[in-house]
Design a protein around this ligand. Structure first.
Ligand code: G
Ligand code: MN
Length: 410
């Protein structure tokens, strides 16, 4: 049993009377270590202090400026190791969808509460918090210091892995997405969720993206010379799009390696609230004018995906994996998947479904006419030297098993 006074709780709600009310309920229940925040920004500042990281966050979904869903995204970027309880006046459906969204991000969620909050219900959810479960999830992830990452980038410790994207209608391997890994001398292979956030926060993301991009272009050239004309995608952070320097770097490097802009995809995610969107807008538009392909990544989870769609001429939309796997049987996921697909169609964009994990997912893509698939059902990320061999096996699979069910196309 954990002492209630030892459980660190952060309450985030834009309404001050709700903060006071929840504070009183918590205090009556014996939870005395409580921090109150009235905006996502304020809460993130608190969380930045390692000693103040809460065990449980009570999160209001509807807030001006930064809403609860965007806040969760920031928690993911910051490797928040604790648990969440959602509090909202929204209806059951929205709450359930949000719970799925948060679970897809692997943040433990104790449950949700409707406003007005009943003390008994809150008490029950808090009782279910256990330090072992939350601690284990948090401890598995080491957060690296900026200096160590800087040395790793300079010392060439980042390596590119590549994950295939396949045309659903024909099985043809259209391209690959470049996924950075850190070959850490002591810790082994470190995944991007453990260092991209650090790179962004420490101003290292330009150096990181440039290193990844340079490797990807060199690899694209090598494949081109092997008669494997693969479109190569690279993940670009919004922070990269703050200066014209990046635009020139991309254009010059692709030209130097002899890669046509049509075969270069820039996958853009908005992970934070942009202060000033003029520079990224200009840079993306100019990349597009040069015929680079622009892709909106993790669609459905960002802060202002719809605003981005309105403002930026994207060629490709990637439906976030959280809305793809199991969308065949889950009505809510299916509704979001269908809506994303039809949005992309109407805007004349190619659609990629991320996170295709099994045969059922693949069949759904075929049935619904999704353009491209990416995910473990095809292949996870691999080293570039393994790509040609995988392509051979994949073609065999396409011929023998994947297109036998003609009836899936209703
Ligand atoms: O490889 P993995 O599926 O764990 O990658 C998870 C996410 O990490 C990707 O979807 C992408 O958003 C991010 N990521 C991987 N490589 C890079 C990179 O080079 N730059 C940026 N900005 N993000 C990356
Ligand atoms: Mn991506």
């Amino acid at each position: 049993m954990v002492e209630r006074s030892a459980v660190k709780i952060l309450v985030l709600d834009d309404e001050s009377f709700m903060l006071k009310l929840l504070n009183r309920i918590l205090s009556n229940l014996g939870y005395s270590s409580v921090i109150l925040c009235d905006s996502g920004r304020a809460a993130l500042e608190k969380i930045a202090d390692v000693d103040a990281v809460p065990n449980v966050i009570l999160l209001d979904l509807n807030m001006p400026e930064m809403d609860g869903i965007e806040f969760v995204r920031h928690l993911v970027d910051r490797h928040y190791p604790g648990s969440l309880i959602l509090v909202s006046g929204e209806d059951e459906r929205i709450l359930q969808t949000t719970v799925k969204l948060v679970r897809a991000h692997k943040i433990p969620i104790l449950g949700y509460l409707h406003k007005p909050v009943k003390p008994d219900a809150l008490s029950e959810l808090l009782e279910s918090w256990a330090p072992s479960a939350a601690g284990a999830a948090g401890m598995a992830k080491k957060v690296y210091a900026a200096d160590e990452l800087r040395a790793a980038i300079e010392g060439g410790q980042l390596v590119n892995y590549y994950q295939p994207k396949v045309a659903v209608a024909t099985g043809e391997v259209v391209g690959v997405e470049t996924l950075a890994r850190w070959r850490h001398p002591a810790d082994g292979i470190v995944f991007p969720d453990q260092f991209i956030g650090v790179a962004e926060a420490a101003g290292l993301i330009d150096d990181l993206t440039k290193a990844v991009f340079a490797g990807a272009m060199a690899q694209a050239k090598a494949w081109q010379e092997m008669q494997l004309p693969l479109r190569v995608a690279v993940n670009v952070s919004m922070d990269n799009l703050a200066s014209l320097d990046f635009l020139n770097f991309v254009a010059e490097l692709a030209a130097k390696e002899g890669i046509a802009p049509q075969n270069v995809v820039l996958e853009v995610t908005e992970t934070k609230l942009m202060q000033d969107t003029r520079a990224p807008l200009e840079i993306l538009t100019r990349l597009r004018l040069k015929r680079f392909r622009l892709s909106i990544d993790d669609f459905g989870t960002g802060h202002s995906s719809l605003a981005q769609l309105r403002d930026i001429p994207f060629d490709e939309l990637k439906i976030d994996q959280g809305f793809v796997h199991r969308a065949g049987t889950d009505e809510t996921l299916r509704a979001i998947y269908d809506a994303s697909l039809s949005l992309a169609r109407q805007l004349n964009m190619e659609v990629v479904a991320e996170g295709v994990q099994d045969r059922e997912d693949w069949d759904l893509l075929r049935r619904t006419g999704c353009d491209l698939a990416q995910g473990a059902f095809l292949s996870g990320p691999m080293l570039p030297e393994d790509v040609p061999g995988w392509m051979k096996l994949w073609r065999e699979r396409v011929r023998t098993e994947l297109f036998l069910t003609e009836d899936v196309r209703k």
